[in-house]
Design a protein around this ligand. Structure first.
Ligand code: PEP
Ligand code: MN
Length: 340
């Protein structure tokens, strides 16, 4: 439910709405809607309360929200959210490209790769210092040392850092080092972690669990938004289906549906969906054609010897070719098949 204020409502009118919300134990979040102030009420609102809100001075209307994701849905906020990291705008007019290795492996390679990716036009750098691995015997990431390396890579390349927080315990360290904190697919419903992300000062990249439905993804985002962090980016990264020709199946359908349902930016990870580098570029092109606000792709200078996810990592040369496609996509030529 949200309370729509009149254009002439004063700040003391708004304060009175918030005070009434508090008296009903409702959390009130201020926002803008149709150029006017609005107050979103979080919690269950009794019918008598609706009447009292309606009677307050400066109130235009009290509107029922029909979706369970009140803050993530377009009903309360029709305008797209732009998440900004320095000069990079995610959810704006240009697709944003996040690129880098699956994990930080060593300082020299991370810095070299970062500088190369920046030269080729990447907007942000990815790399996991903490890795959620299926097997406890697999490489788990370099941890804090990895975060220090990422900070050096930012200094050298100028690229902002996207890196994963795998638990509440490591969140403070990751938040300090990162420009965007990633929550991985396997942690999409780690509610304690989502709550911590909601209290973070940095934007959150929330990846869809491989078995999550659209409303489960949006309700996971809702945990972060309702805890106070408005800067959430959603990421489709492939779901489990019956076939095994690829690691997962990229759910292209969800891109336009998410764009209808939510104002949050939606990016796509073709690398984890594919699990094999030969189909990453076509999937990336398909994602942009379907309306994704950007891509997160794994790139490694020597993928065959990568410590993690080498099979799906693009070479630097392949990334260069992907960037050429992205430039065509933004000039509207790629998908019309018109290449001069
Ligand atoms: C990753 O981005 O390296 C990763 C582990 O992704 P996901 O959580 O989507 O599997
Ligand atoms: Mn990976």
């Amino acid at each position: 439910m949200y309370v729509q204020m009149n254009p002439t409502a004063t700040s003391s009118n708004i304060d009175r709405v918030c005070a009434l919300a508090a008296s009903y134990q409702l959390k009130a979040q201020r926002t803008q809607r149709s150029g006017c102030n609005a107050i979103i009420l979080l919690g269950s609102v009794e019918p008598q309360a609706v009447v009292r809100f309606r009677q307050l001075e400066g109130v235009n209307d009290v509107v029922e929200v029909n979706t369970p994701y009140r803050l993530a849905g377009r009903q309360v906020q029709p305008d797209a959210t732009n998440v900004c990291v320095g000069d990079v705008v995610i959810g704006g007019n240009e697709p944003v490209i996040i690129a880098g290795p699956c994990s930080v492996e060593n300082e020299a390679s991370m810095i070299d790769t970062a500088v190369r990716l920046a030269e080729l036009g990447a907007d942000l750098l990815r790399g996991g210092a903490y890795k959620p691995r299926t097997s406890p015997y697999a490489f788990q990431g370099m941890g804090r040392t990895g975060l220090d390396i990422l900070e050096k890579a930012r200094q050298q390349s100028g690229l902002g850092i996207v890196t994963e927080a795998v638990s509440v315990e490591v969140f403070d360290d990751v938040e300090r080092a990162a420009d965007i904190v990633q929550i991985g697919a396997r942690n999409m419903q780690n509610f304690a972690l989502l709550d911590r992300a909601g209290r973070a000062s940095k934007p959150i990249l929330l990846k869809r669990h491989m078995s999550a439905k659209l409303d489960e993804l949006l309700l996971a985002a809702e945990y972060i938004l309702s805890a106070g962090n408005p800067n959430v980016i959603l990421c489709e990264r492939g779901i489990r289906t019956f076939d095994s020709h690829s690691r997962f199946t990229l759910d292209i359908n969800i891109i336009p549906v998410l764009k209808q349902e939510t104002h949050l930016p939606v990016i796509v990870d073709p690398s984890h969906a594919a699990g094999r580098r030969d189909i990453v570029i076509p999937l990336a092109r398909a994602a942009l054609a379907a309306g994704a606000d950007g891509l997160i792709v794994e790139v490694h200078p020597d993928p065959d010897n990568a410590l993690c996810d080498g099979a799906q990592s693009l070479t630097i040369e392949q990334f260069e070719s992907l960037m050429t496609d992205v430039k065509f996509a933004t000039s509207d030529k790629l998908f019309a098949g018109v290449v001069d």
